[in-house]
Design a protein around this ligand. Structure first.
Ligand code: FAD
Length: 395
């Protein structure tokens, strides 16, 4: 087993939390990761609840709201460990911590924080995030689900896609248009709504059958005359898209951490197997062809870990380059995870192609890190745009 990705200047408390994540991943996550993948139709809510009991669902929420009040790096390193254990569980932890809780923390009223943020931080309520729609993926502001005024409340109609935990979470932070069909305001006509998943009119429908991350639930949701009181709107009715973009900056660091965890697991499996397997009378680790693969895998793993740390620090310190660095960390780490897990399959030879061995699943799981919370192409676009802003002194 490789060293845990601990920064050298972590405090004792931070180190202990990362170690707790590591031991939880070893004892509770990894042993059942294969089963969760095979039982695609069953979401393991119990294991997510256990994460909540340990405080891992309130890591970035201040103690006054019942969270652990930890810094970004401790959260990211813990997430690396959880993803090492099971990437499907890591995505629940990432979405919950980075998106709905952060938006409530930054923009919720005192009453919303008391009623929803506190139990979410204690891990009693699981949150999801729903921005995407069939016609609005990378161009998320093109969403068309409509929120219409109804007295002082709202009625929502439309349909959302790709909602991670959209059926099993307790609440979804969901984005819908608050401008009228007659008067559209683009990204400035979108509100953020806190929607209980047991509300009448919230109907999870098709469950996606995926290439990987099969232990994670991904559903379509129909919104059919969903009535919400005014207290369910978070922040300004036309500010939702801004909130989403800001939260996604932290969210993509979570996905970068997930990718680093996948890469680490794949590298470790490859190192072990190269010692176990012999051909031509010697361990395959003795062949230079295998050594070069392992060395390249390790180099890319370390590069993505370093990038994660740099971007995490920039995010925490409010560095103006943070947006570019978050995108760069997600881009570098996700592409490294796909590459490293593919090399791991190659090191395993035919056995790497078999579901008996974990590298096949890691390879499938890795691919989505290049797609969700912004595709690699979109992150390249963001990085280039931010570079010119910096160059022009606009940051
Ligand atoms: C397993 C899974 C879980 C998800 N969970 C959630 C969730 O919980 N909540 C949520 O809201 N969403 C979720 N998503 C949705 C995810 O964020 C979108 O899939 C992603 O943003 C890409 O959108 P799209 O699939 O519509 O692809 P598209 O936007 O249609 O892109 C198709 C291709 O075109 C490229 N492309 C698009 N625009 C450009 C451009 N301007 N320049 C260059 N290339 C471009 C893309 O990079 C991609 O290669 C999830 C997706 C998956 C697969």
């Amino acid at each position: 087993m490789l060293h845990a990705p601990l920064g050298i200047d972590l405090t004792e408390e931070q180190r202990q939390i990362c170690e707790l994540a590591r031991s939880f991943a070893e004892s509770e996550l990894r042993p059942l990761a294969k089963q969760r993948d095979e039982e695609e139709d069953r979401f393991d809510r119990a294991v997510v609840d256990k994460l909540g009991e340990l405080g891992f669902l309130g890591m970035l929420v201040p103690e006054e709201y019942d969270g652990l009040g930890l810094d970004m790096l401790t959260y990211l390193y813990s997430l690396v460990e959880v993803a090492w254990g099971d990437p499907s569980v890591a995505v629940s932890m990432s979405v919950h911590n980075s998106l709905p809780t952060q938006i409530l923390l930054r923009h919720g009223t005192d009453e919303q924080k008391e009623r929803w943020l506190k139990p979410m931080a204690r891990g009693e309520l699981l949150g999801a995030f729903s921005l995407s729609e069939a016609g609005a993926g990378s161009d998320a502001a093109a969403l068309t689900s409509q929120a219409t005024r109804d007295g002082d409340g709202w009625i929502l109609n439309g349909s959302k896609t790709w909602v991670t935990n959209g059926a099993s979470a307790d609440f979804v932070l969901l984005f819908a248009r608050t401008d009228t069909p007659e008067e559209r305001h683009g990204s400035r006509g979108i509100g953020a709504f806190f929607v209980p998943t047991d509300a009448a009119g919230y109907r999870p429908s098709k469950k996606e059958r995926k290439m990987g991350l099969r232990g994670s639930e991904t559903v379509e949701v129909a919104l059919e005359g969903l009535h919400l009181g005014p207290e369910h709107l978070v922040g300004g009715p036309d500010r939702g898209f801004r909130y989403a973009l800001a939260a996604l900056e932290g969210g993509r660091l979570g996905i970068a951490a997930q990718a680093v965890g996948i890469a680490k697991a794949a590298l470790e499996h490859a190192l072990d197997y190269a010692e176990e397997r012999s051909q031509f009378g010697s361990q395959i680790r003795a062949f230079q062809g295998t050594q070069f693969k392992l060395a390249d895998m390790a180099a890319r793993y370390e590069a993505s870990l370093a990038m994660l740390e740099r971007a995490g620090r920039a995010y925490s310190s409010g560095d103006p380059r943070s947006r570019r660095l978050s995108s760069a960390a997600k881009l570098v780490a996700s592409e490294a995870a796909v590459w490293i897990s593919r090399q791991a399959v190659q090191v395993f030879g035919g056995y790497g192609y078999s579901r008996e061995y974990p590298v096949e699943r890691l390879f499938r799981d890795s691919k989505v890190t290049e797609i969700y919370e912004g595709t690699s192409e979109i992150h390249r676009w963001i990085i280039a745009a931010q570079l010119y802003k910096e160059k022009d002194g606009a940051l």
